[in-house]
Write a protein that binds this ligand. Structure first.
Ligand code: FES
Length: 160
C-alpha cells in the first residue's frame, strides 16, 4: 500500500482514489469537523453570557446564603454550564457575579481564608464584590441580574 503516485495501492481497485488515501482524507475531515465543534463548545463555556441574555432562573432559597459569603451556583443554559456567585452583602444587599475572570475568562474561585476571589490562570485577584485587587484582569467581575422573590433567589443574564 502506498500513497506515492504511480504505485498501486493493494486495496485499490485501480480506479479513482486509493482506499488508504480515501480513509485518511475521510478521517482528517471528520476530525476537523469534530475539532471545530469542540472548540465551539469550549468557546461558549469560556465566554461570559451576553448582556441580559440568560432567562431568570431560581438558584436557591434565601436561607441557603450566608451573609457576606459568596456561594457558587451552577446551572445549565443552552447546554452550557453557567456559574454565578450569589452574595447577600451586609451593605449592598444581594449581588450576583459571573464566575468568568475578565482577563481570559477562566473560572474564578472564592477563597474563604483570604476573603477574595482568585483566578487560577494568571493570578487575577478580586474582592468580594468583584473589584480587581491585582493581576491582569482589566475590569471587575461581570455583575448578573439578581432578584429575591419571597424566599427565592433568582439570577438572570449579565448586566453591563
Ligand atoms: S484568566 Fe484570570 S487572570 Fe488571566
Amino acid at each position: 500500500m502506498t500513497d506515492e503516485p504511480g504505485k498501486r495501492d493493494a486495496l485499490s481497485d485501480g480506479k479513482g482514489l486509493p482506499r488508504r488515501r480515501f480513509l485518511k482524507t475521510g478521517i482528517a475531515g471528520i476530525s476537523g469537523v469534530l475539532g471545530i465543534a469542540y472548540l465551539g463548545l469550549i468557546g461558549r463555556y469560556l465566554t461570559p453570557p451576553a448582556i441580559g441574555s440568560d432567562p431568570l432562573l431560581p438558584v436557591g432559597k434565601t436561607t441557603e446564603f450566608s451573609l457576606d459569603t459568596p456561594k457558587l451556583v451552577v446551572y445549565k443554559y443552552g447546554g452550557i454550564e453557567q456559574g454565578v456567585y450569589v452574595i447577600n452583602t451586609s451593605d449592598e444587599g444581594w449581588i450576583a457575579l459571573d464566575f468568568h475572570c475578565t482577563h481570559l475568562q477562566c473560572a474564578v474561585n472564592w477563597i474563604p481564608a483570604i476573603k477574595k476571589f482568585a483566578c487560577p490562570c494568571h493570578g487575577g485577584v478580586y474582592d468580594m464584590k468583584g473589584h480587581v485587587l491585582g493581576g491582569p484582569p482589566p475590569r471587575p467581575l461581570y455583575r448578573r441580574i439578581i432578584r429575591v422573590q419571597g424566599n427565592s433567589v433568582i439570577v438572570g443574564g449579565r448586566l453591563a
